[in-house]
Write a protein that binds this ligand. Structure first.
Ligand code: ARG
Ligand code: ZN
Length: 473
């Protein structure tokens, strides 16, 4: 078959409850009685990763102040200040964190008790937090981060070491390898990342580049400010030898590319395409949903994957503009419109893969039909046709060929059924209706029926949820 395996994305202040309308004395007593809280949940009940994420609060912002010393035993150290709002009266709450050592936790300036179990960090503030109260948690931690083993088969999930530093690919759960986090798509937040690194190295993250300052011992601190609501897996940190190159998209959004010098020459062509890819995406999918753009091109020859880290996707080698179009499409499909459960990953990968076929078509390379035909040529006996792309059952199936390539075929069939014009209207309506929100596949199916007036559901039954190779292309 076509070299799909290669193509595959080488591929508060403790607030106090006062009762109004009762006697001043009673109100006084209420004011003194601490809130009685219950523990926030230790997971959000995802069908594939039930323990990921936590309940009882809603994060607004992560302010990370980190030092990365690639050669030291504690490669990462620093503090995370998490601003959040309690969504229940909270006696204690959890964050997700893999391996790293927590030294100290403060909630609203007061030392809090904490404990660790597996990937759960449980924090018990000295007083319960009232529902609706905003509170700040400061966690001081250090350690040597490691990728998460085995969740998604061959791919590396989390902090990936390189010969001169590291970078993070946090999807699905690797965000918890570098900072304590509410590790779920249901709790996006903004990020400020300050990263201090040894002389000669550069620290990169998402959002706008605020600048560089010198720090102690000849180190430098690089500051990044990301004001777009970001799900934890779409935040990244990269440290290594990089040159920072700046520019602007056609609409004036700042571009910052961080390029490993070994990839300087080979990456020119793809990097120059960024403004064109974004402008093309805006025409097809609607306004670009992120306040920054760019790419992080690192040197990790063994890493086949790329990740759509917000505004600034991360690559382990020079990407083609085809792969870049895939990662940019994720800014709409994945980072802005988010699935509500990992089993609905098709809403990300099916769309980003089809977008990349459309980009190739736009550029006069393979047409979408040629891409489709190439995939359809995979023999019916091939295990490619076994998993159902619309409902992967395990972490290992999430980033498999069926979700990507059969996932893209579905959209090709829908586009053929409704025509190019309506198809583009559907995509724009989808990104507008669910911008910065979660969505489910069923909503997309009904949208296609509503906007086209055609019985498109049949297409999804066969191509997205059907078992085996469809009889007719
Ligand atoms: N969403 C990514 C892509 O399609 C794949 C991420 C796989 N995860 C990983 N840790 N390698 O482009
Ligand atoms: Zn993808």
């Amino acid at each position: 078959m076509l070299e799909r395996r290669e193509l595959l994305i080488s591929m508060a202040v403790v607030a106090v409850v006062t009762t109004s309308g009762c006697s001043p004395l009673a109100a006084d007593a209420a004011a003194q009685a601490p809130v009685r809280g219950t523990p926030g949940s230790a997971g959000v009940g995802d069908s594939i990763f039930p323990g990921a994420g936590n309940g009882g609060y809603d994060v607004a912002h992560y302010a990370l102040d980190l030092t990365v010393e690639p050669k030291s035993r504690a490669a990462l150290s620093g503090t995370s200040t998490i601003t959040a709002k309690a969504t229940q009266n909270l006696s204690r709450f959890n964050l997700d964190l893999s391996r790293l050592t927590v030294e100290r936790v403060e909630v609203d300036g007061t030392t809090a008790k904490f404990s660790r179990k597996g990937n759960e960090l449980t924090i018990t503030p000295s007083n319960p937090i009232a529902k609706g109260a905003k509170f700040a948690t400061v966690i001081t931690y250090h350690g040597t981060p490691k990728v998460l083993p085995g969740l998604i088969g061959g791919s590396q999930d989390g902090w990936i070491k390189t010969d001169d530093g590291a970078f993070v690919m946090g999807e699905p759960l690797g965000a918890m390898t570098w900072h304590p986090v509410n590790n779920t798509v249901h709790d996006p937040a903004t990020y400020d990342v300050a990263v201090t690194v040894p002389a000669g190295l550069t620290g990169v993250s998402n959002g706008r580049y605020v600048g560089k300052e010198s720090a102690d011992f000849g180190r430098n601190t690089f500051r990044w400010s990301n004001r777009t609501q970001t799900i934890p897996y779409a935040a990244t940190l990269a440290v290594g030898k990089f040159t920072l190159e700046t520019g602007k998209t056609k609409a004036g959004v700042p571009i910052v590319n961080a390029v490993d010098p070994r990839h300087h020459a080979s990456s020119r062509k793809a990097l120059e395409e960024i403004p064109a890819i974004i402008a093309w995406g805006e025409k097809l999918f609607g306004p670009y949903p992120v306040d920054s753009a760019g790419a992080i091109i690192d040197h990790a020859p063994k890493i086949g994957a790329a990740l759509e880290t917000i505004g600034r996707p991360v690559y382990g080698k020079t990407p083609t503009s085809t792969v870049m179009a895939h990662e940019y499409a994720h800014q709409w499909f994945g980072n802005s419109v988010r699935f509500s459960d990992w089993s609905q990953i098709w809403l990300n990968e099916g769309f980003a893969t089809y977008a990349m076929w459309m980009w190739d078509e736009e550029r006069g390379r393979a047409t979408t039909q040629e891409w489709f035909d190439g995939v359809y040529r995979v023999p019916a006996e091939d295990k490619f046709w076994a998993p159902v792309p619309g409902k992967p059952a395990t972490g290992k199936e999430l980033f498999g060929d069926p979700v990507y390539y059969r996932g893209a075929m579905v959209l090709h069939k829908v586009r053929q059924a409704v025509g190019d014009k309506v198809f583009s209207k559907i995509l724009k309506a989808w990104t507008a209706e669910h911008r910065n929100r979660t969505a489910v596949i069923e909503q997309f199916i009904s949208l296609t029926e509503k906007m086209s007036g055609k019985p498109t559901r049949k297409i999804f039954d066969v191509w997205l949820f059907g078992k085996g190779k469809p009889k007719k292309p």
